[in-house]
Design a protein around this ligand. Structure first.
Ligand code: F6R
Length: 615
């Protein structure tokens, strides 16, 4: 969370910082700020609460203008201290040092007490302010800004990526990273830093991905990088294949809408080169995958949010198709307990960003404690912390996902997990050629099925109207559809702020049915599977309580029409692989259109951030 950008260039850097910040807003949008070193060597700062556009307006009004060739900027997702101008970054100490920070300094209270005793005044409630004071203090006895930063980062507990400038060192921007992402962008305009390549795509495609513990001293003509032991080191320059138009809205109104409609192509891209017309290629998972999968005896999945919901579906598939005992847990819980991890476990992390702190830390701590396990990540970002920490990598080729609410990353994760279930099943001789061919055929049909489902948008817009005055909603499903119900409920709550809960339909009578009344719509998913009759009985139970019901069914499910019930047929003959991936589509569209009716900020819902790089 929080996005940082900075750099040193030949021209005025302010417009570059502002345009980059806008692209980083997915990381947080509680406040934004910028500090630029002016030509008369003064740090000039502007900060504003809310989105970057507020900062831009405030800068336009500011006189003298904020301009210069060296600067840093930040968009914040509040952790310590409310969203306010005082708490907005960059922070400044004694008008000489300025810092932007992404992460959390866990020992900030102790450092704050020490610094207060030394006479430093605090103007914010943030943990970050101790960083700027520490650097100011260290500069008194250090020969350079870099040396001061290398000294102080050793006193920090927690996570950070930092961009630092000082009026005493004009022409230098110094960075450090540990636990939060940071990249360096190299362009003919100058050298830049950012939390993510997307911030700099307008000016460069050439990036250096800093590693854990790295620091770097950057000038207009040089980039000098040091590893965690402060030894100078070379890091490769990579050329990004991200295209600018991948992150532009085009004709769509919102990124969420664009990303929902990109799903047929995203699935095609994810499957490309990983399947033939009837087989799943084991090589897709990396050189050692076959040996690792063959030796795997248990699977543990860890993930958060939407990625966790994808993992829930995978648990069914891995046990059903590959006959592999599979557990799944949210990473934020898993990392803080002492789970029993059996030898020959394959630990799977699932993540869009590859930077989710809970998932990353859970992976690191299990790797430290258990030697006889292997790790695989299913991730959308090739150059991420999770891919670096994992032995096997399966990238979901969803393309950049900008909207805070995940959509195409979920369906591409599911497609990847279906490939994995077949691959592991093959290694354990649980999947024969016929079954494999049939699952591959289902996967190949997905883009067409999704496209057809998206064509039903106008009916979903009609359904969305009935949510205008609703405050609660209940989602029901059985088997993998319970996971889909959970994902549907997560989408609705995060972008329309309607309190939504999902239950396994059979569990309703054990308590949640007490919630049902005429003002609480119930959304049920009815695939034509072995649990259909059970689900129909559950729907009768709901109907008797007078609720408004919406049922998304397979045409072959033939859910009998009832009073206050709208049944929408999605398509027909969906199977165990296609059904979860197809049934989430109407739920994504429903949340999107309910959010439009409610008038919320669809792509940037309140209190959220796209990439949760703090605990
Ligand atoms: C919901 C959503 C979040 C993320 C979660 C994990 O729409 O986007 O629940 O799924 O924060 O993020 P990743 O997948 O990046 O690890």
């Amino acid at each position: 969370m929080c996005g940082i950008i900075g750099g040193i260039c030949k021209d005025n850097i302010t417009p570059i910082l502002l345009s980059g910040l806008k692209r980083l807003e997915y990381r947080g949008y509680d406040s934004a700020g910028v500090v630029v070193l002016s030509n008369d060597n003064k740090l000039s700062r502007a900060r504003a609460v809310g989105k970057v556009v507020n900062l831009e307006t405030s800068i336009q009004k500011q006189s003298p203008k904020i301009q210069g060739s060296l600067g840093i900027a930040h968009t914040r997702w509040a952790t310590h201290g409310e969203p306010s101008t005082q708490n907005a970054h960059p922070h400044i100490c004694f008008d000489t040092v300025s810092v932007v920070h992404n992460g959390i300094i866990e020992n900030f209270l102790k450092l704050k007490q020490e610094q207060k005793a030394q006479g430093y005044a605090f103007t914010s409630d943030t943990d970050t302010e101790v960083i700027v004071h520490s650097i100011h203090q260290a500069l008194k006895t250090s020969e350079s800004l870099l040396k001061a930063i290398q000294k102080v980062v050793k006193t920090f507990e927690g996570t950070y990526s930092l961009g630092v400038i000082s009026s005493e060192y004009p022409g230098h921007i110094v960075v450090a990273r540990s636990g939060s992402p940071l990249i360096i962008g190299i362009s003919d305009k100058g050298n830049f830093i950012a939390s993510d390549q997307v911030a700099l795509l307008d000016i460069t495609k050439k990036f250096i991905f800093l590693k854990e513990g790295d620091t770097a001293d950057i000038t207009l003509n040089s980039i000098t990088i040091y590893n965690q032991n402060d030894r100078q080191i070379n890091r490769a320059i990579k050329t990004s294949n991200l295209k600018n138009n991948q992150i532009d809205l085009g004709d769509y109104k919102h990124y969420m809408q664009k990303e929902i409609f990109e799903q047929p192509q995203a699935i095609r891209d994810t499957l490309e080169s990983r399947i033939t017309k009837d087989t799943v290629l084991l090589s897709a998972f990396g050189h050692h995958a076959e040996t690792i999968f063959t030796n795997t005896e248990h699977i543990q999945i860890i993930a958060c949010g939407t990625s966790y919901n994808a993992g829930l579906v995978a648990k069914y598939w891995l046990e059903d198709i590959a006959k592999m005992p599979t557990n799944i847990e949210v990473a934020s819980e898993y990392r803080y307990r002492n789970p029993i991890v059996l030898d020959n476990t394959l630990l799977i992390t699932i993540s869009q960003s590859g930077e989710t702190a809970d998932t990353l830390e859970a992976l690191k701590s299990i790797k430290k404690r258990h030697k006889n396990i292997h790790t695989l990540t299913i991730c959308n970002c090739a150059e991420s912390s999770l891919t670096r920490e994992s032995e096997l990598i399966l990238l979901t080729h969803a393309g950049p996902e900008i909207s805070v609410a995940s959509t195409k990353s979920f369906t591409t994760q599911l497609a990847s997990l279906a490939l994995l279930s077949v691959a592991i099943g093959k290694c354990h001789k649980q999947v024969d050629k016929q079954q494999e061919a049939s699952i591959v055929d289902s996967l190949n049909r997905l883009p067409g099925l999704i496209k057809k489902t998206l064509e039903q948008e106008s009916q979903i817009i009609e359904l969305a109207r009935s949510f205008k005055d609703k405050f609660n909603a209940i989602f029901l499903g059985r088997g993998t559809m319970h996971a889909i119900a959970m994902e549907g409920a997560l989408k609705l709550k995060e972008i329309s702020y309607i309190h939504s809960e999902a239950f396994p339909a059979g569990e309703l009578k054990h308590g949640p049915i007490a919630l049902i009344d005429k003002d609480t719509p119930v959304i049920a998913i009815a695939p034509n599977d072995q649990l259909l009759d059970k689900l129909k009985s559950n729907l009768q139970e709901v109907k008797s309580r007078g609720s408004q019901m919406i049922v998304f069914e397979d045409e072959m499910s033939n859910v009998p029409p009832m009073k206050n019930m709208t049944v929408m047929s999605i398509t027909h003959n969906l199977g165990r692989i296609t059904a979860p991936i197809i049934f989430i589509i109407p739920l994504q569209l429903l949340s999107y259109h309910v959010a439009l009716i409610k008038g919320t900020d669809v792509d940037k819902p309140r209190n959220l951030a796209k990439s949760v790089t703090v605990e």
